[in-house]
Design a protein around this ligand. Sequence first.
Ligand code: URA
Length: 301
Amino acid sequence: MASAEHKRLAYLDAMGIQVWKARRAPPHVIGSADEHPPTPEESVVELPLEAEGTGTATETAIVEPEIPAQAPGVLEFAASADWPADDDIPWPLEEDGWVPAPDEPEPDQVQDTLSPEPLDWESLERRVAACTACALHQSRTQTVFGVGNREAQWMIIGEAPGEQEDLRGEPFVGPAGMLLNEMLRAIGLSREQVYIANILKCRPPRNRDPQADEASACEGYLKQQVALIKPRIILAVGRIAAQNLLKTNLTIGKLRGQVHRYEQIPLVVTYHPAYLLRTPTEKRRAWDDLRLALGTLRQNP
Ligand code: URA
């Protein structure tokens, strides 16, 4: 087998994608009497990559994709022009009934997670661990801060901790995490090389979708993590992550296939691995997304 073809098949194999191969022998019926019944994975037969003009059965696994010239979705944190100047704000007087505020809390107890003040890793981690900014702190076992290389080029952002993550305090350690590891391996990355975090640091009860108030209460923590890591590419896995990061209600179908920006950093959207576990036929599209992210990184040295 040509080495490029061998490499491509190895990538697909790492992602758990079965590749259809032409047989000279008469067609073989999966699930016939002389064979064990097909597992759900076996019953899915994937064709080689040839959709959407991204490749054919004979080319190498990684093809530099075309990056759209226009990078939509730039999120900027701009100060409001309407903000009054200090001099325009009247000072409250005690004789008007104003009661002085109690002493400022220690920085680590401050609940404003969107504080523009940059924190170091230790303070940020402590602040997250003690967070009570939304009701999820009441039901969590522990916060799930994030894991991986703090100087990573790749940052993977998911939705929220599930049951396993809540118990272990680490993102993506359940079945979806196993597939995420495979997806990373397919593009030559180990889990230890990337940084993995979620939109929410606490598990929503029964894994329900994060609510808007929960996501915005947690937003500052993720922003701080991104600012500390300064990744070169962000992979948003799943609709919830993509919509929250890009501040949009667009469907994942509309968000995939483009290079967006989060805090100026290129961001590519792909399916959530939990969805891919339920719908393995979409793994081929996820593979296209991974290639788009890889190509984007290579084009922005
Ligand atoms: N799903 C996510 O989005 N994040 C996790 O950490 C686990 C499952």
